[in-house]
Design a protein around this ligand. Structure first.
Ligand code: F0G
Length: 465
């Protein structure tokens, strides 16, 4: 019997979008105009856009067909009920509140449950989650296992919570904790999964003090696939069964459906608590919209209802996780320093090891990012000192624990030859890494500075060919 080793894209292409291909000089001009912040570069100048896997998925024919079924009624639209049914079946939660994207769910939840004097623990908070916790006046604390903080260590579930550390901390601080968040997969920690066993243990600890557990479920299906592949006793279960159990171990969930919902926009808040859900809905009406559309069009709700089903397809998940690993293995073979092992949605370069001749304060992750854009037209995202560090009074940088460069892979968008091109471009930049210098921040905002800050190269000219 033919047993293929090649894992093929489980789709064929029906609509195509031209890929922008420009000479280096055009990119140099664009980067100069953007003051070396690639968020300010027009997408039209980017050949392969790996900045994010969020909102960048290709929708399926079934999703586009569902768009046509969108019911745009203000209240009680049919589309809401198909969305609600899908999300309820997946999460088992009583209250399903649609929002326009993940951070809207965070803003609503933490406005109600956060506040001055409170602390919200997590494995690792994603940047918008942390920012929304802090905006409410509360503190965001991370309890990921030690292995999760070291890019070079191999561990099957690097997104896991350090249960001992969490327990010891809660014994002293539980009164200040209104809820805990588990990010699956752990985006800021390298797209690494959390095991079912760890979710169970986290829940058990929290139950001692009646603290609710919320899943930040943007990449729940990828997490479920890792559990199936790596966790003892899980191989025989379907991704759906595993995902359903992940949600059922929690009291609530926030989701940016721009990831594993295959949506270009959308999200939800799912809650198993009548009173909190009621308060969230009141705030939703104020900030997002009526509870049966919550900042989305009926057609978006329909597309998400289909996407949330499609994402659990085994052929899709096998292809998805394997194609990320494909890029990772090729780069690993070339000796490029990587966060180990491959993540679900992204490959993370270890920017600090990549440019080991630079100090973290010279923003090595940003230097790698601009080089990838200049040389290959590849747009990536720095997840390091630019994103999580801060400028001290004396103008120097407080470095973040890691300087990662994320190559996030949009879902169902690029083919294997695109990925081969990416590998080639990274290899080229890696070969000439000694020629790369650092950068400094010359302008920044007080929150989420990475989106808008401006940079200046320190003593080198990256634009020179
Ligand atoms: N939680 C996680 C784990 C995320 O990765 C994101 C977004 C959010 C929440 C916020 O969702 O963008 O819909 O408001 N992550 C994107 C990324 C932006 O590139 O990783 P959102």
């Amino acid at each position: 019997m033919f047993q293929p080793k090649t894992i093929i894209e489980p789709f064929r292409v029906k609509v195509v979008e031209p890929l922008p291909q420009h000479p280096r000089s055009v990119r140099a001009e664009a980067l100069k105009d953007a003051r070396f912040n690639i968020f300010a570069v027009p997408a039209e100048k980017v050949t392969i856009d790996l900045m994010t896997d969020s909102g960048t998925s290709a929708m399926s024919q079934e999703q586009w067909a569902a768009v046509m079924r969108g019911d745009e009624s203000y209240a009680g639209a049919r589309s809401f009920f198909s969305f609600k049914k899908t999300v309820q079946d997946l999460t088992g939660m009583g209250h399903i509140i649609p929002v326009h994207q993940g951070r809207a769910a965070e803003k609503i939840l933490f406005s109600i449950m956060g506040g001055e004097g409170k602390v919200i623990p997590a494995n690792t908070h994603f940047d918008t989650t942390r920012a929304n916790v802090e905006f409410s006046g509360a503190e965001a604390l991370d309890f990921v296992i030690e292995e999760g903080l070291d890019p070079s260590i191999e561990h099957p579930f690097k997104g896991n919570v350090d249960i001992q550390k969490l327990t010891a901390w809660l014994e002293k601080n539980h009164e200040r904790v209104p809820l805990m968040v588990l990010t699956v997969t752990n985006n800021s920690g390298g797209g690494q999964p959390v095991s079912l066993e760890n979710i169970r243990q986290t829940r058990e600890v929290l139950q001692r003090w009646d603290i609710p557990l919320f899943l930040d479920s943007a990449r729940f299906a990828e997490n479920a696939w890792f559990i199936k592949m790596r966790e003892e006793g899980q191989a025989g279960r379907t991704p759906r069964e595993i995902a359903q159990e992940m949600f059922r171990l929690c009291d609530g969930a926030m989701m940016s459906a721009k990831k594993d919902g295959f949506g270009n926009i959308g999200g939800f808040l799912a809650i198993n608590h009548d009173e909190i859900a009621g308060e969230c809905r009141n705030l939703l009406i104020l900030t997002e919209g009526f509870p049966t559309y919550g900042g989305l069009a009926g057609r978006d709700l329909e597309a998400l209802a289909v996407g949330l089903e499609e994402v659990l397809d085994e052929h899709y998940l096998d292809y998805r996780i394997s194609s990320t690993a494909y890029v990772w293995h090729h780069l690993d073979r070339l000796g490029v320093p990587l966060l180990r092992p491959a993540g679900g949605h992204a490959v993370y370069l270890d920017g600090r090891a990549f440019l080991s001749h630079l100090d973290p304060a010279e923003l090595p992750g940003q230097a790698v990012s601009i080089a990838l854009f200049l040389e290959g037209g590849i747009r990536v995202c720095e997840i390091g000192t630019v994103m999580f560090g801060s400028t001290r009074e004396d103008g120097l940088q407080n470095a973040s624990p890691m300087d990662l460069v994320r190559l996030a892979i949009p879902r169902r968008v690029y083919t294997q030859s695109h990925m081969d091109y990416v590998v080639e471009a990274v290899a080229y930049v890696f070969d000439k890494r000694k020629e790369l210098g650092g950068l400094r921040i010359v302008e920044e905002s007080s929150a989420l500075r990475h989106f808008t800050c401006a940079f200046e190269p320190i003593g080198w000219d990256p634009l020179k060919a």
